[in-house]
Design a protein around this ligand. Structure first.
Ligand code: GCV
Length: 954
């Protein structure tokens, strides 16, 4: 718990909003000036709006009057940013001069680039701060007072320029300028999990920002990206996914990437690539990728030389090997060190590094141990230009887990930390979950690796051990959305990652305050409220997601929705208790991977922190926490208060409507709406689950509950099946309940009466008849007029009965089974007016995913070239529904065009996920045929699983 942001204080911020609104009424004109213009968020925290406080503005205008020409490359970028930023913040154009002519001139440079820097900044002082460190201070040059932004290196000058601008953005006094900074982490790396097909693994804000197929063309937004990264000190970026496509190392790609590297270089950022370990085989047909094979060694050496010919400052490779199906040295009986050293040897002559990921696992039982047990014995065996990149915790970016035991345990192996900025397990682009407090906990964790005080920050900062390279990587959350991160507030994590990588000593509150002011302005109540919301958001998410370190309760492959039941191996809940015994005494022994002082804390129930209790221990539901509550009572309370607090976040944001521009306010509010709905789903799913397991009544509240079976299912209107559910009674007396499925409009549900004794669960089968338009529906349960019903809902896909369709087609292969009453559509069905449907022009392909037993869903027609399906539409208005998706593989957009216009488009779909596309079609007075052109993005496949044409009523 962040001491400064207690629940009470969060509640208190409601009052601040109210007060702020009142104040604002007094200052209506001022408010109009600052909040009326819609903003799209594209400028992130680099908005540079005019300082709104008149006295401050006047003092800044006196303090900064002109910028002295700095030089080329990174220096030119620094100069341009200062001109842009100062002009915006001061609300007047700032000119560039060859030499200072007025007091308030900003002189920026290195001792080599600027005679003024040379004569006014002692070289030794700058050397001490290193090529990325800087000073910002005043000096007298001849007859004028100047502001110096000076560094031993060009990057330092750029970072100094951003520092100066930050002071103004956050409305700091600049009378006594005396800044001296250097970064704590030498390597501050962005990791993009972007794929060649434009998708982003775990990306929640559109497709990749990198348009691979258009390279070497440089898009304007590449420069904007580089500025944003540089502004928070990022000095290298891996642009492609660690699940690496070998094509990224092809000669064609390397040439195309060179101009991108040039663009990044101007902002002090080195380009790096994720390398597929089997590249020699994939790209050049070698028979092996064995690191000890001479031909393989030659291949990598030649590849490195080729890369450096085009990209002279190439940073190096990032490798995910022998993990989640990726190839690696273990395939040849070699070690991870052997693999890393192969690439390190190739890069070494050019000054490059290889970053080797420690993320290896084979199942929930050993997941927390495998990285440690694989890598710790290899300490000292990695080359001097190799680093091991370790996720912050031993599992996988959960909302709460202990620091990874490898930190401090590799004294002779360069190590760095991997954090996840994209919120894979923390609500993605829907929930507010500000990760800076979480990351700070890890940086501050004392590993005891070199004695007490060996924090993770000191390990990855390179001061604890004699590392040649070290630092921190962040898996990025940028995508093609206009505002880069989908949720406007998710950009706080991007900013926070960089700021903390620069200086892990900064407090979460300082960083949040800085981001809020730069992104939304410095209105007092806005800053107080939004900073508080950010700082509290992780705990709120945790409380309805997975309190007490229970961990990994998300499922479905997309890691957003609760799947506590399918993840039982993770939290090991049973009738007697909950939690994963990872102790040395009775469990898997994970606690023993830490240094003794840490082991003893985690090993004992008396000392293990409550927030990690269930990560390390299996305890009875009645185990008492330090608060005096039992574990089960804490679980109940936490989920209920979590939902309340999510709603409170929403209300707080609502209260900021006069301090935030309408567009961003509206867009963020829509995200909060979804967060609150989803938090309710989390609460209900987890509370009902743990009541079912424990059968212990909540001491504060009571409820009745209903749980559906599988995660999602398909309901065919033609063969309605009863929906199976379990009804539970979490009250102290027996109940008679009238149970019905809470169905969408157009469906019907029977009501089934059931008697449920206190603390019992009873299976119930409720007949349901779907109807209305086909689609995906999250269905719940009603029990008469009761308000205390908690439901673990189910998502169902419906299909219309053939009997109410004018045309119902099951698309796929000629051999696969057919859905009830639907007609078969295969590639060989050419248009036939008598039949009423068929392909015009080139026929597409088809597939049958035999593993999926549902006759309708298992097969489809598809192609990467466009195909045209002609259908006969009878007279009158109709609705065509096209089902797209793939049971086995993810699918990108399928576009439907009519008369050359896109009339429907599917979203990105995970494997075994489907979507019905709706296209209204009018058959006119006497009917007509309509051509539906189906297409996809270049190199991708469109899909058609089924088509239903239904006459509109009336
Ligand atoms: C890039 C988790 C994620 C995967 C990711 C993997 C990794 O398993 O779900 O999407 O793959 O971590 O970090 O390699």
């Amino acid at each position: 718990m962040n001491a400064k942001w207690t629940r009470r204080r969060l509640l208190g911020t409601s009052a601040a909003v109210a007060a702020g609104t009142y104040l604002l009424d007094q200052q209506a004109a001022w408010a109009a000036l600052t909040t009326s213009a819609d903003e799209d968020g594209h400028e992130l925290w680099l908005r540079y709006r005019q300082v709104d406080e008149p006295r401050l503005l006047a003092s800044y205008r006196r303090a900064f009057t002109q910028v002295v020409k700095a030089g080329d490359g990174v220096l030119a970028s620094a100069q341009a940013e200062l001109v842009r930023g100062l002009s915006g913040l001061l609300g007047r154009s700032i000119g560039v001069v060859d030499a200072p002519t007025r007091s308030g001139a900003v002189v920026l440079g290195t001792p080599e680039s600027s005679p003024i820097v040379r004569s006014h900044c002692p070289a030794a002082e700058l050397e001490k701060l290193g090529p990325e460190g800087y000073v910002v201070r005043r000096a007298r040059v001849g007859k004028v007072d100047v502001v110096l932004v000076a560094s031993a290196g060009e990057r330092g000058v750029l970072y100094g320029a951003f520092h100066l601008l930050r002071l103004l953005q956050t409305q700091r006094g600049v009378e006594k300028l005396n800044v001296a900074e250097r970064p704590a982490n030498p390597l501050r790396l962005a990791n993009h999990w972007d794929n060649l097909d434009g998708s982003v693994e775990r990306g929640y804000s559109g497709t990749s920002i990198f348009h691979w197929y258009d390279l070497p063309e440089i898009k304007p937004h590449y420069v904007e990206y580089a500025r944003a990264m540089a502004s928070v000190g990022i000095n290298a970026t891996v642009v492609n996914n660690v699940n690496a496509n070998a094509e990224f190392l092809s000669s064609e790609m390397i040439e195309k990437l060179a101009p991108l590297a040039d663009t990044l270089r101007a902002w002090g950022i080195k380009l790096q690539l994720s390398a597929n370990f089997a590249s020699p085989m994939v790209l050049d047909g070698l028979e092996t990728a064995d690191p000890f094979d001479p031909a393989v060694r030659t291949w990598w050496r030649d590849k490195a030389t080729e890369i450096y010919t085009h990209i002279p400052d190439f940073g190096g490779f990032l490798v995910k090997a022998n993990s989640e199906g990726q190839p690696g040295p273990v395939d040849y009986g070699r070690t991870h060190a052997d693999g890393a050293n192969l690439l390190a040897e190739a890069l070494e002559p050019h000054g490059g590094i290889v970053i080797w990921r420690a993320f290896v696992w084979h199942g929930p039982e050993t997941w927390a141990d495998e990285a440690f047990e694989t890598f710790q014995p290899l300490d000292g065996e990695f080359a001097a230009n190799a680093l091991v990149q370790i996720k912050n915790g031993p599992i996988d970016f959960q909302v709460r887990e202990p620091a990874h035991p490898l930190f401090g345990a590799l004294p002779r192996t360069n190590s760095m930390m991997e954090l996840q900025v994209t919120q894979e397990y923390t609500g993605q682009s829907t929930h507010l979950c500000y990760a800076v407090p979480l990351w700070k906990e890890v940086y501050d964790f004392d590993t005891h690796g070199a004695g007490p005080g060996t924090t993770v920050a000191s390990v990855v900062g390179g001061t604890a051990f004699d590392y040649g390279h070290s630092g921190v990587a962040g898996v990025m959350n940028f995508g093609s959305s206009t505002n880069w991160t989908g949720h406007h507030l998710a950009a706080a994590n991007t900013h926070g990652f960089g700021r903390l990588a620069w200086n892990p000593q900064l407090s979460a509150e300082q960083i949040a305050d800085e981001w809020v002011r730069s992104t939304f302005g410095s209105h007092r109540s806005l800053v107080t409220v939004l900073t508080g919301m950010l700082l509290h958001s992780r705990e709120i998410y945790e409380s309805y997601n997975s309190p007490l370190g229970a961990g990994f309760v998300q499922g479905g492959g997309d890691h957003l929705d609760p799947c506590v039941r399918c993840n039982e191996p993770w939290h090991q809940s049973d009738a007697s208790g909950v939690g994963f015994d990872r102790t040395v005494a009775t469990g898997t022994g994970t606690t023993g991977h830490y240094f003794p002082a840490v082991t003893s804390v985690f090993e004992s129930l008396d000392t293990c922190p409550d927030e990690l209790l269930l990560f390390f221990h299996h305890v009875p539901y009645t185990h008492r926490l330090r608060s005096g509550k039992t574990v089960i009572q804490h679980i109940y309370d936490s989920h209920f208060s979590g939902l309340e607090n999510a709603s409170r976040l929403r209300s707080l944001w609502q209260g900021l409507r006069r301090q935030v521009d309408p567009r961003r306010h509206r867009e963020v509010l829509a995200r909060f709406d979804r967060q609150v709905d989803h938090a309710r789903q989390w609460r209900d799913t987890l509370v009902t689950y743990w009541f079912e397991k424990s059968r212990i009544l909540d001491r504060r509240r009571s409820w009745v509950q209903a749980q559906f079976g599988p995660m999602w299912t398909v309901l065919h209107e033609s063969s309605p099946a009863p929906m199976e559910l379990t009804v539970g009674n979490a009250t102290s007396g027996a109940l008679s309940l009238a149970v019905a499925v809470d169905v969408p409009e157009g469906w019907t549900s029977a009501t089934v009466d059931v008697d449920v004794p206190s603390r019992e669960l009873v299976p119930v089968s409720v007949p349901v008849q779907p109807g209305g338009p086909p689609g995906y529906f999250l269905v719940g349960v009603r029990m008469g007029a009761r308000k205390d019903v908690l439901v673990d809902p189910i998502e169902v896909l419906t299909t219309p009965a053939a009997s109410r369709c004018v045309l119902a087609l099951d698309a796929g292969t000629a051999a696969s089974p057919l859905h009830d009453g639907y007609r078969r559509l295969t590639p060989s069905d050419a248009w036939n007016a008598e039949v009423g449907y068929g392909w015009v022009g080139t026929a597409p392909e088809s597939r049958d995913r035999t593993g999926n037993t549902d006759a309708l869903l298992r097969d489809f027609v598809n192609d990467n070239a466009a195909s045209t399906l002609r259908i006969a539409v009878p007279a009158g208005a109709h609705d065509a529904y096209l089902l797209v998706g793939d049971a086995d593989v993810r699918s990108f957009a399928t576009y439907v065009r009519v008369d050359g216009k896109v009339v429907a488009e599917s979203p990105f779909l995970f494997r075994n996920d489907f979507a019905w596309l709706h296209v209204p079609l009018d058959g006119g007075a006497s009917g007509r045929s309509v051509d539906l052109e189906l297409s996809s993005a270049p190199n991708e496949h469109w899909h058609l699983v089924a088509l239903a044409l239904i006459a509109q009523k009336g």
